[in-house]
Design a protein around this ligand. Structure first.
Ligand code: G4P
Length: 527
């Protein structure tokens, strides 16, 4: 196949974590390994600061900077790595979920002190929906954390994934002495700020006296016991089970000290999948197919009214994307070409001539794209599996200026196309309801409607906590339910019926009382 060597050497993935577990720090170490940055601290400045939660303009400004780091591409040992950044801020969780549809695998960072946290759980649910292969990095081993066996049990139970330790830690906190690489049979002794090329001491036989010499008798004995137990339980890593998202290899380390990172990166390039086949509405498309195809998974708008450009992020799923070549925009049924597509190599945006399956390309957009749009070389299909999740906060849009109704409608449609929020219309009425994951988005929407569309709005809070998409094999039953529960029913943008639940209790009651109606917690754009 024409592009197979290019495609096989690509690894497109995301690092995910609960805020503060160490995602930014780990990203930075990866970039240092890849030679994409020279100094530590370079990535930090682009992070959405945790304390800036109330000032969305500041957050947007920082997000603006972070467009440049949306995708970080670098080479490591002849592997081309595309690291897709995900916003750490909880209010932008939906952005993260969509980014996960554009990667082939993920690295999940867990803080050894805090264990599994809220956001980790949700992110794993999204990974599970797509059977995404996961590698776990247990970070901050230099701090007094949970007992390692307890922690692994907690991760397995909470995230419902089987773990496979690849390295094993020797103590933690002040007593942290390093990790034993079970697979490579080598001992890596901890030292703060480990050099990028530090290699472990080869210890092929755990009874080697070198172990006692380096760790002391007590810790050496403990390590022997632990490793025997771990090996006995887990055996060799089953790569197929990893690929199927059933088993997650685990590494222990300390990102800030660059410790245990190289072991993981070396394993990652060895086992993580290159671009995989993907489902479309018509057929499965193989990454190695010669003809280009791809989909838009994220749209980033510039908030500056003087530069009202948007950047649509295209994940190439098959073949080769070329600059200035005409491609078929399936939804609009028209041919489009791009004179300035850009890639994101080493934090610099640069115009590119071509990109291969697995790559992400930034396309300047003047309003032609919405999330889930597919480009092909002519064939009509859409990539599937790009979900919308239920919003958590619902508000009715109140138009303060009836003269601007048209502008408001256009603005609402365009902003929701970008995926900023979800739009629902009351069943049998015209009331517009916006659903978001965080309060911040309402501020963003209000600001943008006014500055970009001249429409002035306020919001009325609505007492809903979740939206469920409804289907039924018996249309009459569904219709009856909708009529019966009119005040809780709305239509989403694609006219799909949605039930807006006031509380879990109400939702569960309806689910029990109406077995013929199916309640879905996500809606896939293009089923
Ligand atoms: P995030 O992107 O997942 O939100 O986490 P980030 O990398 O920003 O790390 C969160 C905090 O944890 C940072 O400290 C960072 O320095 C620290 N950290 C990361 N890895 C380790 C580790 O291996 N050991 C220890 N002890 N700390 C680690 P901060 O004080 O919030 O930020 P900063 O002042 O250091 O920038």
């Amino acid at each position: 196949m024409k592009y197979s060597s290019e495609i096989e050497r690509r690894r497109s993935f995301a690092i995910i974590s609960h805020p503060d577990a160490g995602k930014t720090t780990l990203t930075e170490k990866f970039l240092l390994f890849g030679g994409a940055i020279q100094v530590a601290g370079a990535v930090k400045s682009n992070k959405i600061k945790k304390h800036a939660t109330s000032d969305f303009m500041e957050i947007e400004r920082q997000r603006g900077i972070s467009v440049a780091t949306s995708v970080m591409s670098f080479e490591y040992k002849n592997t081309l790595i595309n690291l897709l950044d995900t916003p750490g801020h909880k209010d932008f969780a939906e952005d993260t979920y969509r980014t996960l549809t554009a990667v082939d695998s993920v690295i999940l960072v867990v803080d050894s002190v805090n264990g599994v946290e809220d956001q980790t759980r949700r992110l794993m649910e999204v990974c599970r929906m797509r059977d995404t292969p996961v590698i776990v990095f247990v970070n901050k081993m230099d701090r007094d954390g949970k007992n390692r066996f307890d922690l692994l049990e907690e991760i397995e139970k909470e995230l419902r994934i089987q773990l496979h330790p690849m390295t094993w830690p020797i103590n933690s906190g002040k007593d942290f002495k390093g990790v034993y690489n079970i697979d490579a049979q080598s001992l890596l002794l901890f030292s703060p700020n480990t050099k990028a090329d530090a290699d472990g001491l080869s210890i092929t036989d755990l009874s080697d006296k070198l172990l006692d010499e380096k760790l002391g008798d007590r810790d050496a004995a403990q390590l022997r016991e632990d490793v025997e137990l771990v090996e006995g339980v887990h055996g060799k890593l089953n790569i197929e089970a990893y690929m199927a998202g059933q088993v997650a290899p685990v590494f222990f380390g300390s990102a800030i000290n660059n410790f245990g990172v190289k072991e993981m990166l070396d394993t990652f390039i060895r086992i993580a999948p290159s671009p995989r086949p993907r489902m479309t509405t018509k057929r499965t498309v193989d990454a190695q197919e010669e003809k280009f195809s791809g989909f838009i998974f994220k749209i980033h708008a510039n908030l500056d009214p003087k530069h009202r450009d948007r950047i649509a992020f295209l994940r190439v799923c098959s073949g080769k994307f070329e600059r200035n070549k005409y491609y078929h925009h399936v939804r609009l049924d028209k041919d489009v070409r791009f004179s300035n597509p850009y890639s994101f190599l080493a934090r610099e945006k640069s115009v590119i001539e071509d990109a291969y399956s697995g790559d992400v390309v930034g396309l300047f957009d003047t309003g032609n794209f919405k999330i889930g749009d597919t480009l092909t070389e002519g064939e009509d299909f859409f990539y599937t599996g790009i979900p919308s999740f239920s919003p958590e906060i619902f508000k009715e849009v109140v138009n303060k200026d009836p003269m601007k109704t048209k502008q408001l409608e256009k603005g609402l449609l365009q902003l929701t196309d970008e995926g900023v929020a979800q739009l629902f219309t009351q069943y049998g009425g015209t009331k517009k309801i916006i659903g978001c994951v965080g309060e911040l988005q309402f501020e963003v929407i209000q600001y943008r409607l006014l500055h970009e569309y001249g429409a002035s709005v306020t919001f009325n809070a609505m007492p809903f906590y979740k939206a469920c998409w409804l289907t039924s094999e018996q249309p009459a039953k569904l219709e009856e339910f909708m009529r019966f529960r009119q005040t809780n029913i709305a239509a989403d943008k694609d006219d799909q019926p949605v039930y807006l639940a006031q509380s879990e209790w109400f939702l569960n009651t309806e689910i029990t009382n109406h077995p013929d109606v199916k309640f879905h917690f996500t809606s896939e754009i293009h089923q």
